[in-house]
Write a protein that binds this ligand. Structure first.
Ligand code: IFM
Length: 493
């Protein structure tokens, strides 16, 4: 099923376009979630190959072995992007595909796949936006200690230089890390993501080395890329709200903000860790030993854009005095609203006495509450705290239980409502002064949703995993219309 071909010209029927004329409309994916072909061309296992093949780690034992076969079907997928009228496509490079052991020279066959993809995108007038790291650390580097080990940060910078060298002449938009909070705290803290370690000291060490690796990669990219290239990082910042105005609940929110947000924005954007975070977590890690001279200067290398990934707000309160809640309490389940995993414990280091609340109202198939006001508030906060730093929404979207009808359609009105609400939230933030340059919808197509396997569908295109058939959902048509108008269509349109 094809969408109406939209072409590059934007409709001018609306008297006052809701979005700036040069607003970038995109969609996003990540290598391990879509590529498949895990043993092609010398690629070696990443931590996600190992983790997903370990019994009990993912729903139904699902792995990314096949995923959506994008490695083989990328031409077809670029055609889908073209039908949507996308201005840009955000994808990640698989580290073990281009540098299998995480050290040494690049494997040309691995890089060739991304060269072909970039060429195909450019031929269709779509700007490629590369993410260097979307969670697939080469297993060899994990065997040497992974992100808790300082040398992984240096290896990441070397890898960044290899990719920049291969693609820098044709890719103008670069992201170092995607959601380092998940890499550190879900991967090494709660253990619901690869590599599945549950050790708060390791998680905080990983966070520091991700900050350092980001900064070293920015340095490497600047040394390799043309001056016009724009460099970003994508953070899943938590819009934290206290349940009540009580001092105790506000203190709970401060702590989650420290270990959920400022643990990355501090070093990357402000040149240092916030003192309250260092105090809160001093019993878990020796920060003085961890932070070497020069690390904070390196982590704070200037970037051109801040990528913001937003799905839902996080509501917290202080645990009333009394027994510690067990894993079965609503607190633990609600913590996953902010953490992409149904972990048995909150993934926020040192915050076992903070309660997480699920706001009443509609939820997505992930169980995540739907509240677009969180996106406006988050963008405005970032605008206030980091004036002069342009913002880009690099992920936003929702999973619902989509089905193909006998007529071959996928009706997903809830996703259209979700997207309308969140795009309106972006528009409001822009109207209030935030410098938001673009929006990447998560995701182009249904894919491997990490520990949830293939059961959660975020795509604009439905994927039948048995046949690999892609079917445009109603939301794909709706998003194509948004892009064509550069504005939200009237409800009902
Ligand atoms: O699928 C993920 C993506 O890989 C990172 N951000 C959140 C998405 C939905 O959980």
């Amino acid at each position: 099923m094809t969408l109406p071909r939209t072409g590059p010209t934007r409709a001018t029927t609306s008297a006052a376009p809701a979005f700036p004329a040069d607003f970038l409309w995109g969609a996003a994916t990540a290598a391990y979630q879509i590529e498949g072909a895990v043993d092609v061309g010398g690629r070696t296992p990443s931590i996600w190959d190992t983790f997903s093949r370990t019994p009990g780690r993912t729903a139904g034992g699902d792995t990314g072995d096949r995923a959506t076969e994008h490695y083989h079907r990328y031409r077809q997928d670029v055609r889908l992007m073209s039908e949507l009228g996308l201005g840009a496509y955000r994808f990640s490079v698989s580290w073990p595909r281009v540098q299998p052991t995480g050290r040494g020279p690049a494997v040309e066959r691995g890089l060739d796949f991304y060269r072909r993809l970039v060429d195909e995108l450019l031929e269709h007038g779509i700007e490629p936006a590369v993410t260097l790291y979307h969670w697939d650390l080469p297993q060899d580097l994990e065997d040497l200690g992974g992100w808790p080990n300082r040398t992984t940060a240096e290896r990441f910078a070397d890898y960044a230089a290899l990719v920049a060298d291969a693609l820098g002449d044709r890719v103008g938009l670069w992201t170092t890390l995607n959601e380092p909070w998940c890499s550190a705290f879900l991967g090494y803290g709660s253990g619901v993501h690869a590599p599945g370690r549950a050790d708060w000291t390791a998680a905080l060490r990983a966070a520091h080395h991700l900050n350092l690796g980001h900064g070293r990669a920015v340095e490497a990219l600047r040394a390799t890329l043309p001056r016009a290239a724009r460099i970003a990082v994508s953070l899943n910042l938590h819009e934290v709200r206290p349940l009540t105005g009580s001092a105790a609940d506000r203190e709970a929110a401060r702590r989650i903000d420290a270990v959920g947000n400022r643990v990355f924005t501090g070093p990357m954007l402000n040149g240092g860790y916030p003192v309250d975070l260092l105090v809160d977590t001093a019993h878990l890690v020796d920060w003085a030993e961890l932070i070497h001279d020069g690390d904070l200067t390196a982590a704070a290398r200037p970037i051109d854009l801040l990528g913001v990934n937003y799905y839902n707000p996080t509501v917290v309160s202080a645990l009333p005095s009394g027994p510690t809640p067990s894993a079965a309490t609503p607190s633990a389940a609600a913590a996953s609203d902010a953490g992409h995993g149904d972990g048995a414990q909150s993934p926020f280091a040192g915050c076992a006495d903070v309660l997480f609340h699920r706001a009443p109202g509609e939820r997505t198939a992930m169980g995540w509450p739907i509240d677009p006001t969180g996106l406006t508030d988050l963008l405005l906060r970032l605008h206030r705290e980091h004036p002069g730093l342009p913002l880009m929404v690099t992920e936003n979207g929702a999973a619902f239980d989509d089905r193909v009808t006998p007529e071959g359609a996928v009706h997903d009105p809830q996703r259209v409502d979700y997207l309308r609400g969140h795009l309106d939230a972006v528009r409001r933030a822009i109207a209030a002064g935030a410098d938001v340059r673009g929006y990447f919808l998560w995701s182009l197509m249904d894919n491997f949703e990490w520990a949830y396997g293939y059961g959660k569908r975020f795509g604009l295109y439905h994927v039948d995993y048995a046949t690999q058939a892609r079917t445009a959902k109603d939301s794909a048509r709706w998003y194509a219309e948004v892009i064509r108008r550069n504005a939200l269509p009237d409800p009902g349109a």
